[in-house]
Ligand binder design. Sequence first.
Ligand SMILES: [Fe+2]
Length: 235
Amino acid sequence: MVDFHSHFLPGIDDGSDSVETSLAMLRESYRQGVDVMFATPHFYADEDDPESFLYNRNNAWALLQEAMAEDGGAFPEVYLGAEIYFFPGMSVAEELAELSMGPTPFMIIEPPMMPWRESILDEIEQTGENLRRIPVVAHLDRYMRMLDDYTLFDRLRNRRMLIQVNASFFTHDDTAELALRYLREKRIQFIGSDCHNMDERAPNMGMAADVIRYDGADAYLEELNDRLCSLLRRV
Ligand SMILES: [Fe+2]
């Protein structure tokens, strides 16, 4: 199973605060059945520039790789990416293309937690076009819940962008049914844990997979994983 969104790199954002926590997150993810995991540290253009972000990300990854080798345990295969916070003008920031998801053409964009103007969606679409990438809107279910706006999935329907949801969309009692329906309707392209630590935002892909399997929707989950894995193998 692929975890497309997580914050397990040590000391780079509000995710893992140490190499030990990172190892625990990776170990736990693997135990839950995650074999491919994308690290998506937050990128804020008003605080950082892509070059120093990549430098810090590579350092954090090097530190973790060393600890993984020393540990000798079984871990998911790791790819590096970013969760890019939306900003006006991002569509002309060519250097953002470097923050894509591993070798794939996807780029995770995190819109602001406020009602979305059409101009925000226009700019995300334009970013994909200008940077020759495929924008993926981060955890759409989270906006839906926190903004109490159930039209968001519909608003993205004819937009040139894909949708990532968090595993918790499937595990929350009040949204599980909707999550399963959208999965069956193929309106979800990626699932991620968005895990930040081993406490209140711990790895939870396994629980989501259990809900999906219990509902008999395994084939849809496998389809998402297979499509992404075959892309990773090709590039
Ligand atoms: Fe995140």
